[in-house]
Design a protein around this ligand. Structure first.
Ligand code: AR6
Length: 170
């Protein structure tokens, strides 16, 4: 099955969904942007679980393009799925790694039994990707996914991001 794609403009930490995807970094120990917002609003339980995952499964950090789930703490969700987007590079094409973030997040969501998943525009902030490229890769990847997730909701922080995703959905 392919998920129904929905778009919302807003703050992903205010969303209600089975799983909320975090645009993390490989340390899994927090940062700015969505990552900072999720840890702030979600509370310390998320970071505590991230620390345990680092120690047990990812001593060298979560590789770029991969995803892993934790509890969602005080967020209105059951899980946070942390994924590590690639940094934008003009020299090499890292689209496959960005697609992998969306694919792997859906795979983890399937393992958890999540039916609704909220995604931010992974890599479109600190990691520097042009929003149009992120929108294209995100929409194409979710559209071609085979998953039991019923709704993939893109939660876009600003009007430009919302427009870029709207244009892609056509
Ligand atoms: N809800 C929805 N979208 C948001 C929110 C929010 N609360 N806050 C920001 N955005 P970024 P990246 C948008 O920088 O590019 C962190 O420090 C933002 O406008 O959060 O993958 C991590 O720890 C942008 O469109 O993630 C990593 O070190 C998009 O979310 C690094 O940044 C992604 O921006 C990851 O960078």
């Amino acid at each position: 099955m392919t998920p129904r794609i929905t778009l919302v403009r807003g703050d992903i930490t205010r969303e209600s969904a089975d799983a909320i995807v975090n645009a993390a970094n490989s340390s899994l120990l927090g940062g700015g942007g969505v990552d900072g917002a999720i840890h702030r609003r979600g509370g310390p339980a998320i970071l505590a679980e991230c620390r345990r995952l680092r120690a047990s499964r990812y001593p060298e950090g979560l590789p770029t393009g991969r995803a892993v789930a934790t509890t969602a703490g005080d967020l209105d969700a059951r899980w946070v799925i942390h994924t590590v987007g690639p940094r934008f590079s003009r020299r090499d094409d890292r689209s496959e790694l960005l697609a992998s973030c969306y694919r792997e997040s859906l795979r983890v969501a399937d393992e958890l039994g999540a039916r609704t998943v909220a995604f931010p525009a992974v890599s479109a902030g600190v990691y520097g990707w042009p929003m149009d490229d992120v929108a294209r890769i995100a929409v194409e990847t979710v559209r071609s996914a085979r998953t039991s997730v019923e709704e993939a909701r893109f939660v876009l922080f600003d009007e430009g991001a919302h427009e870029a995703f709207t244009a892609r959905l056509g």
